[in-house]
Design a protein around this ligand. Structure first.
Ligand code: GTP
Ligand code: MG
Ligand code: ZN
Length: 286
């Protein structure tokens, strides 16, 4: 039996990278029936029959499993938004960061298309760098920030996450022209991408892997995590112990040090607003 990693799924087949090269595989029937979905990034055991087509026999335990984009066994999420065209949706950006934090994954934030609005790009970068997240601004037009992103990807398994049209595939092409990924114009009227990338694909990249993914604009956080949610906001960390009440949820409690920090501008108001919004989504409904 060969070991490998699923790099792509296409119409019932899976492409598996093994030490003997890339194999086209089907799934053993029992896997097809199981509720557990097969994900790009899955480490698998494959048997090979005479016709050169492999069969995925087993999926090895996952170290991580992201819902959106759907990918397994990644080290970090590269959260990609454009400075402009399309205008960044910071609620969605924070949703992605929170999802990653709740799964114990680290994140890097990238604002693309800085050539279209350099000051907005810098402002957004500063907002996320202060949290702190590694945060970069890039442009494929003038090459800005590419080496910083390359260094952040080095030796890791990363997944790109962000809306359609922000330039995820363009960024990877700029870093490695041999990838030759398809890119698409953003519609001028509604400023939305055209969903050019259709499926998750894991690409060998320098010493690591990076998954290009289709853009998305919806992400629901899983309910029942209201107690953990505040820990998904790293900037709350240094204030938490100063709250008057133990178990303070930093919503409207008196003597809350987090609310104080928001009032003083030490924590970004947008981040705290999104905390409140997400809290209402993940709290249990009775
Ligand atoms: N001005 C400018 N345009 C860019 C930049 N990066 C990408 N674009 C353009 O943005 C459009 C969308 O780029 P894509 O790379 O296809 O975007 P994507 O995020 O992969 O989109 P999906 O695959 O649909 O999720 C293309 O027309 C690119 O040429 C940039 O840094 N500056
Ligand atoms: Mg793309
Ligand atoms: Zn508090």
């Amino acid at each position: 039996m060969l070991q490998g990693i699923i790099v792509k799924g296409v119409g019932g087949f899976y492409e598996v990278e093994t030490e003997q090269g890339r194999l086209r595989c089907t799934l053993r029937g029992r896997l097809r029936l199981s509720v557990e979905r097969v994900l790009v990034g899955d480490r698998v055991e494959v048997s090979v029959s005479g016709d050169g087509i492999g069969v995925v026999e087993n999926i090895l335990p996952r170290s991580s499993e992201l819902v959106r984009p759907p990918v397994a066994n990644i080290d970090q999420v590269l959260v990609v938004f454009a400075a402009q065209r399309p205008a960044p949706n910071l609620t969605l950006l924070d949703r992605i960061l929170v999802q990653a934090e709740l799964m114990g994954l680290s994140s890097v934030v990238v604002f693309t298309k800085s050539d279209l609005d350099p000051s907005r790009a810098a402002e957004l970068r500063d907002l996320y760098a202060a949290i702190p997240y590694p945060a970069f601004i890039t442009s494929t037009v003038d090459g800005l920030g590419l080496e910083e992103v390359r260094a952040a990807l080095q030796g890791k398994v990363s997944v790109l996450a962000g809306p359609s049209g922000v330039g995820k595939s363009s960024l990877l092409n700029a870093l490695n022209p041999a990838l030759n990924l398809e890119t698409g114009e953003v519609s001028a009227k509604i400023e939305r991408g055209r969903h050019t990338t259709r499926r998750v694909e894991l690409l060998a990249f320098d010493q690591g892997y990076v998954a290009d993914t289709p853009g998305f604009s919806q992400l629901a956080l899983e309910p029942g995590q209201e107690g953990r949610l505040q820990f998904a906001f790293p900037e709350f960390e240094r204030y938490r112990d100063a709250c008057r009440f133990r178990g303070c949820l930093h919503r409207k409690e008196p003597g809350c040090a987090v609310l104080d920090a928001v009032a003083k501008g030490e924590i970004a108001a947008s981040r705290h607003q999104h905390y409140l919004l997400f809290y209402d989504e993940v709290r249990p409904r009775y």
